[in-house]
Design a protein around this ligand. Sequence first.
Ligand SMILES: C[S@@+](CC[C@H](N)C(=O)[O-])C[C@H]1O[C@@H](n2cnc3c(N)ncnc32)[C@H](O)[C@@H]1O
Length: 282
Amino acid sequence: MNVTDFEFLCHILRDRSGLVLTNDKAYLLESRLLPVARKWKLATFDDLVRQLRTKMEEAVIKDVVEAMTTNESFFFRDGKPFEQFQNVVMPHILQARAGTKTLRIWSAACSSGQEPYSLAMILSDLSAQLAGWRIEIVGSDLSTEVLQRAKDGQYSQFEVQRGLPITMLIKHFSQKGDRWVINPQIQSMVQFKHFNLLHDPAPLGRFDIVFCRNVLIYFDQQTKTRVLNSIARIMPEDGILFLGGAETVLGITDKFQMLQDHRGIYGVAPNARPSVAAGGAA
Ligand SMILES: C[S@@+](CC[C@H](N)C(=O)[O-])C[C@H]1O[C@@H](n2cnc3c(N)ncnc32)[C@H](O)[C@@H]1O
């Protein structure tokens, strides 16, 4: 691949998804885009680039962008954020929203659904305390392919073995051939929507809790700032943001502050969540 083709594709990816590709990832372009070329009945990667240069067909661009996304995910990924959700954030929410009994959670780059379903399983286990509550979990992603997998709610043995406690597997899944199918009760707790994080999230409504994990790492600093600032705008004063282990708000935005003693969880700035910041439990 020549430098001009690399730069041409990088421009499309950055513009459409925020993905920033460094030179050392050039090999990924060819390996991931060859199947896209074949899908569009083009013999080679170079033919695909040529076709894009002559006609920027939306359907082809969509396939190119989706093929370049990294969709790695697993249930209860990294453990700690889900413990914090259950043991720090939910006690605060139960107290702070006792009047309205409403809770909206957004899994903002949900891939094949493991993240929002992990949250749904935790909330399902809290059902006695949440009786009478109106709870919405929205999972969104740029990739329609992973969203379809999320909606299907079917996982391989390998996928359920990564992070999902056996007790949760037995309780919330049933086996169908070599697939594990999430129970309809958990599935019905999550709505899946197509959403590009580069767009304004206001139409999705307001969210008390946002999981935006392991996606900002692919963006440049300016895009990270833009995305985090627009997320802050759709959160209440005591909203809580979860980022991935390699992500931070430091040096990126002043709209969120890390909660004292709770690494990886961020509150909407300035300190508006004293009960959580002080250690959580209501
Ligand atoms: C590595 S996965 C993270 C999944 C999950 N949040 C987790 O931590 O396990 C990153 C996801 O971000 C999605 N993504 C990438 N760029 C996006 C964008 N601009 N808008 C929405 N989703 C995007 C990808 O399609 C992919 O499914």
